[in-house]
Design a binder for this molecule. Structure first.
Ligand code: CA
Length: 247
């Protein structure tokens, strides 16, 4: 049995500006990508080996090892699609002139939509040229973990094979939980993602919505095994146990 989550296209985001990282990670996850983040060039090279990404978004100006050197080093062993990100449009000519072997170049600030279009184009080219083994995911806006499936485009949720109508905030909450499955999300993060950073209402709202979601998602809502409480922190959507490893 394979887990759909593990088949998603993995993007290694190499970026040292925190303000970009968060927005990019969330935006790309919404597009159906799995995202790994490296915050400097050395970490990028380590993570590249570890996660074997399908595409790398590589900032040029990085601490420790520059994006240029990271790109050159990766190109000695891999043809993985690489999109270089420059701080200014004027820098692109300089970077292109260095011929480091990147697939494409974008400059900050970029629109997520444009970036994703370029990423998909680079993935398609790499796939057509036989440079990568995996195909880009077709169901880009579908999250599926175990028997819970969320289609953001169609605004549909299917649980244990049956379609379930979720009110908007419950849908968004489930979307955030599924997109970050396996990771702890703090109460503050969940509230700001679903209700907005300027939310000033009762924090019990989150618990009420979690309770309603559990009633729909959990086999036994009184003993949650999917949306679990992490005491003192927040909540986590548990990934199904790997059937191979649990044997
Ligand atoms: Ca930078």
């Amino acid at each position: 049995m394979s887990n759909v989550l593990d088949q998603r296209t993995t993007i290694l985001v190499v970026e040292d500006e925190e303000s970009f990282i968060d927005a990019l990670a969330v935006g790309l996850q919404r597009e159906g990508f799995r995202v790994e983040v490296a915050r400097d060039g050395a970490e990028a090279l380590e993570l590249f080996e570890l996660v074997q990404p399908d595409l790398i978004l590589l900032d040029v100006m990085l601490p420790r090892v520059s994006g240029i050197d990271v790109c050159r080093q990766i190109r000695t062993t891999s043809q993985v699609p690489i999109i270089m990100v420059t701080a200014k449009a004027s820098e692109i000519d300089t970077v292109v002139g260095l011929e480091v072997g990147a697939d494409d170049y974008v400059s900050k600030p970029y629109r997520l939509r444009e970036l994703v279009a370029r990423m998909r184009a680079a993935l398609r080219r790499a796939s057509a040229e036989g440079r990568v083994a995996t195909l880009p995911a077709d169901d880009a806006d579908v999250l599926e973990i175990g028997d819970v499936r969320l289609d953001a485009d169609r605004h549909e949720v299917t649980i244990r094979g049956a379609q379930v109508a979720l009110p908007l905030k419950e849908f968004e909450l489930l979307d955030v939980l599924l997109s970050h499955a396996g990771r702890v999300l703090t109460r503050d993060t969940l509230i700001s993602r679903v209700w907005g950073a300027d939310y000033v209402g009762d924090t019990k709202t989150l618990d009420v919505h979690i309770k309603r979601l559990r009633a729909k998602v959990e086999a036994d809502p009184s003993r949650p095994s999917r949306i679990v409480t992490i005491r003192g922190l927040g909540y986590k959507y548990e990934l199904p146990k790997d059937p191979v490893r649990s044997q």
